[in-house]
Design a protein around this ligand. Structure first.
Ligand SMILES: NC(=O)c1ccc[n+]([C@@H]2O[C@H](COP(=O)([O-])OP(=O)(O)OC[C@H]3O[C@@H](n4cnc5c(N)ncnc54)[C@H](OP(=O)(O)O)[C@@H]3O)[C@@H](O)[C@H]2O)c1
Length: 324
C-alpha cells in the first residue's frame, strides 16, 4: 500500500512516500480501516523529530489519527462491523490502510464524511477535557487560550464561548480575525505581545480564571503569570515551544495557582469513565449544534512533508488532513 514513511528523525523532511508498505493484519480487538482521511496533528511534527514522549524510532509509518471504512476485523471484535465508518487514533494513519483499537474508536456520525469526523477525538475531546473536568470552567469566567487558531484551539474557543466564558485568544498575527469570528472577546499577538501583561490588563489585574496552555516554552511561563492567584487553573497539554519549568518556591510565593497536566491518551487508558463521560458530552454538543462537521484543509498524502512543515512553522490554522 501507499504510505508516508518517517525514514529519519530529521523532522518532516524525513518523510518519504512509499508504495510497497505491507497492509497490516488486525489482531485481537483490532479493526483494519481503509483510510478515507488522516488527521495531521502537532504530535506528528514532534514524532518526526523524535521529541514525542515514547515515540517510535525510524523507520515508521507516520500519522496517528484517521477516519475510514472498516474492511476487516480481528478476533473478539463484536461492536464494530465491516462497512462501518469509524474515526480513531493509532499508529500508521498516513497510509491507505491502518489498524484501530475497536474499543477506542468512535463512529463517523450519520451524514458526515470521513474527513468531517477528523478531530472528534484528538481535538474536541482534548479541548473539552481541558475546559470542563480538568479546568472546571464556569459561566462568567475568563479563559486564556494559547494557539487559539489551531485545531485544538478552535475547538476550545468555541466550547469556552458555549459554556459562557469570556475568551482571551493568543494567536499569531494574521489569525486574529478567525479567532474573533469563533467568539473570542479579546485577541493577543502570541509572538509579539506580553501575553501575561495583556491578560492582566484585560482582567483589571485579576488574571484569567483558566489558562489552556499548549504552546510551551515562554508561553508556559506567561500562563503562570496570567492565571488568577489562588483560584486560577493552568491546564498544560502541549509543549510545542519546548520545555519550561515551575518551582515549588514559585508555586508557594509568586504563582500560587493550580497547574494541571493533561494527556488524552493517558486519560483514555487510566480514566476510562472520565473519557466515556467526555464522549457522552460531545454527543450532546453535536445534537445541540455546537460541535459541527469539521472542515479540514485536505491535502494529498504525497504533500505530507510540506503540510507537517507548515504546521511546525506556525503558518496554519485549524485542522489539517491528508487523503491517501
Ligand atoms: N495532551 C494531549 O492529549 C494533546 C492532544 C492534542 C493536541 N495536543 C497539543 O495541543 C497543541 C495543539 O495541537 P494541534 O494539533 O491542534 O496543533 P495546532 O494548534 O493546529 O498548531 C500548533 C500551533 O501552536 C502555536 N504555537 C505556539 N508556539 C509554537 C511553537 N514554538 N512552535 C509551533 N507552534 C507553536 C502556533 O499558533 P500561533 O502561531 O497562532 O501561536 C501553531 O499554529 C500541540 O501542542 C499538541 O501537541 C495535546
Amino acid at each position: 500500500m501507499r504510505a508516508l514513511l518517517q525514514t529519519s528523525l530529521h523532522g518532516p523532511a524525513g518523510l518519504r512516500l512509499v508504495t510497497d508498505a505491507p497492509v497490516p493484519v488486525p489482531g485481537p480487538g483490532e479493526v483494519l480501516i481503509r483510510v478515507g482521511a488522516a488527521g495531521v496533528n502537532y504530535a506528528d511534527v514532534m514524532r518526526s523529530h523524535g521529541t514525542y514522549e515514547g515515540g517510535p524510532a525510524a523507520p515508521f509509518v507516520a500519522g496517528l489519527e484517521a477516519a475510514g471504512e472498516v474492511v476487516a476485523a480481528g478476533p473478539h471484535v463484536t461492536a464494530v462491523h465491516v462497512g462501518d465508518h469509524v474515526a480513531g487514533t493509532g499508529a500508521g494513519a498516513f497510509a491507505e490502510y491502518m489498524l484501530l483499537n475497536a474499543a477506542a474508536l468512535t463512529p463517523v456520525p450519520a451524514g458526515w464524511t470521513d474527513e468531517q469526523a477528523l478531530g472528534l477525538l484528538l481535538n474536541w475531546a482534548t479541548a473539552l477535557a481541558a475546559l470542563r473536568p480538568l479546568g472546571r470552567v464556569t459561566a462568567g469566567e475568563t479563559v486564556l487560550i494559547t494557539a487559539a487558531a489551531g485545531a485544538v484551539g478552535q475547538a476550545a474557543t468555541r466550547l469556552a464561548v458555549h459554556y459562557g466564558a469570556t475568551v482571551i485568544a493568543a494567536a499569531s498575527a494574521g489569525k486574529h480575525d478567525l479567532v474573533r469570528e469563533l467568539g473570542a472577546a479579546h485577541v493577543l499577538d502570541a509572538r509579539t505581545a506580553d501575553v501575561a501583561a495583556g491578560t492582566l490588563r484585560l482582567t483589571a489585574g485579576r488574571g484569567a480564571d483558566l489558562v489552556l496552555e499548549s504552546a510551551g516554552g515562554a508561553s508556559f511561563r506567561a500562563a503562570l503569570a496570567a492565571a488568577r492567584r489562588v483560584t486560577g487553573r493552568v491546564v498544560v497539554y502541549g509543549v510545542a515551544g519546548g520545555d519550561a519549568t515551575v518551582s515549588n518556591r514559585e508555586l508557594n510565593f509568586t504563582h500560587p495557582v493550580h497547574v494541571i497536566g493533561l494527556h488524552l491518551g493517558i486519560l483514555i487508558d487510566t480514566a476510562p469513565d472520565l473519557y466515556a463521560a467526555l464522549l457522552t458530552e460531545l454527543s450532546a454538543l453535536r445534537a445541540a449544534g455546537v460541535l459541527t462537521p469539521g472542515t479540514p484543509a485536505v491535502h494529498p498524502l504525497a504533500d505530507g512533508p510540506e503540510v507537517l512543515a507548515a504546521l511546525q512553522s506556525r503558518t496554519t490554522t485549524g485542522k489539517l488532513a491528508l487523503r491517501p
